[in-house]
Ligand binder design. Sequence first.
Ligand SMILES: *Cc1c(COP(=O)(O)O)cnc(C)c1O
Length: 401
Amino acid sequence: MTRQDLLSVVQDFESPVYVYNASKIEAQYKRLNNAFKKVKKVKIHYAVKALSNISVLKLLRSLGSGMDTVSIQEVRMALEAGVAPEDIIFTPNGVSMEEIERAAGLGVQINIDNLSFLEQFGTKYPEIPVCIRINPHVMAGGNTNISVGHIDSKFGISIHQMPHIKRIVENTNMTINGIHMHTGSDILDIDVFLYASEILFRSAMHFDNLEFIDFGSGFKVPYKEGDIETNIEEFGEKLSERFNAFCKTYGKELTLAFEPGKFLVSEAGKFLVNVNVIKQTTSTVFAQVDSGFNHFIRPMLYGSQHTIENISNPKGRERFYSVVGYICETDTFANNRRIAEIREGDVLAFGNAGAYCFTMASNYNSRYRPAEVLWHKGKAHLIRKRETFEDIIRNQVPVEL
Ligand SMILES: *Cc1c(COP(=O)(O)O)cnc(C)c1O
């Protein structure tokens, strides 16, 4: 998408607005698939929570993707997008047994991540095969906010509890058809991931009826020039070889599964905002935009550094700005960032706005959640309308006082 394309989206749909470039999503999907071309059976389940617009799900489904879901609503969303139940995996954490039963009733693959529910589910439905989520206790990435495989993590059944798992499986006569790990976002080091994979392979040998091994996700994408990025090609080469060797040892051609969110959609997204005010204080120049952490919380929640481009004045002389929002809260998108001269009324584009951006938006300050646009084959398609005042008060029940 060119700057002109982005500006035309703001013109047609106003700001703030999220735009997703379909061809980038497609390229990422193909790149990941291609990295594992030496493995016979590969299945990519897109992590719906990253960006759950049904049109995006449909796009990914059309590429052959399955869906990774964490709530019954995401399961329903994937079904709504036309994804077959057998292409959906349900990997919840801490949800009720009732929710798991509902998902199983819809025919999706269940992934269980605690011993208590494994036993309850196996006792009640020994005929439904389940996948188990293993915690290999491996730290991938340095940020404890987003590394979920380490010892204190709430996710998965500890690898050290394998004897308990086996006892439950034997007692209930249930079938384990898959084994799963998700060590968290941001794989910086391929070797760390491969190390965790070895642990997964070892635990896989405890089960005779596996159909797939799910390696989760955690692929790192670049946020700015020079950022470290998971070398998918090298990673694919190494893991494919190891996976194929494992299948020989295991005696069966298993499916290699992944569930990337960020890798598929992060870079495809741009968040476009309008600059309301330029405010010069004694030490800083603030550019205040028509948004805040109600629409785009990653910079404040995770300290993520998203690129910011002034697409209205790309050739302007570069100056330092603090880009902040319009809500009554400290909502700093970037501090002292070099950006082409910003004037009131200019449009700024945030990069990497595809994953965990719109899906984390709220109505804080009674603002509307933004519109979403899919840029597909050179055309803008509105895939979610901006909210209205009616949306905000819809579920309020005024009481007569
Ligand atoms: C969130 C999540 C993913 C996706 O993680 P990304 O970092 O976006 O690729 C995959 N699997 C599970 C179980 C998740 O919870």
